[in-house]
Ligand binder design. Structure first.
Ligand SMILES: CC(C)(COP(=O)(O)OP(=O)(O)OC[C@H]1O[C@@H](n2cnc3c(N)ncnc32)[C@H](O)[C@@H]1OP(=O)(O)O)[C@@H](O)C(=O)NCCC(=O)NCCS
Length: 183
């Protein structure tokens, strides 16, 4: 998808770029998944403002069901050679079917296209399903941020995954970015 090809998961759910017209659906999903600390509409606008153009630093996708409803989303931000998973979520009714893995694989592929050498993320210490997903993808815990999630004063684990060296010396035939099935 990062290169324009469609990525389709089970049940015909397909990834595509998040656009401004997705905002209502994204905010509804946000309220479902993060009732205590949902991102505001203004935060999403600010993220999407960085997702297009030559100097773009964001990659946001939605997972769209065949009936047009939003099944999930995810977003990556990039600063220098470091990427960060800003958000990822799958609607409750569709969790546990590989969609989270599909979105995360897309964000990692995007980080490689941005030439990142690492991807970081924060996750609540008590969010076991998300941590399992990240561990499956090779993220390892590198620290704790006390009281990162407010309100509620919940701690965050900081997790990191190194990306392959994709400098000019990369091995021939090993640069097609296909990382979609490592979940
Ligand atoms: C974290 C989250 C995005 C994962 O999404 P998901 O679509 O459920 O993820 P997956 O389906 O890829 O993986 C979840 C589980 O389903 C299993 N699974 C994947 N495909 C499967 C399939 N076809 N059949 C059966 N099980 C499957 C995976 O093995 C995994 O098992 P595990 O829980 O033992 O690790 C989702 O739980 C979510 O949105 N949570 C709320 C928001 C949130 O916390 N986001 C993260 C903030 S840091």
């Amino acid at each position: 998808m990062t290169t324009g090809d469609a990525v389709t998961g089970r049940d015909g759910v397909a990834l595509r770029e998040m656009r401004w017209w997705d905002m209502a659906g994204v905010l509804a999903l946000e309220a479902e998944l993060f009732p205590r600390d949902a991102w505001s509409e203004a935060m999403y606008w600010a993220e999407l403002a960085g997702a297009r153009g030559p100097g773009r630093t964001r990659h946001y996708v939605v997972a769209e069901a065949p009936d047009g409803t939003l099944a999930g989303y995810g977003g990556l931000s990039v600063a220098g050679a470091s990427g960060e998973v800003m958000t990822i979520g799958v609607t409750g009714a569709r969790q546990g079917r590989g969609l989270g893995a599909l979105v995360l694989a897309e964000l990692l592929a995007a980080a490689e296209e941005f030439a990142c050498d690492e991807v970081l993320l924060e996750v609540r210490v008590d969010n076991a399903p998300a941590q399992r997903l990240y561990q499956r993808f090779g993220f390892v815990r590198i620290g704790v941020r006390r009281g990162y999630y407010q309100p509620g004063n919940h701690d965050a684990l900081v997790m990191r995954r190194a990306l392959d060296d994709r400098s000019d010396g990369a091995a021939p035939g090993n640069d097609d970015g296909e990382t979609k099935d490592d979940g």
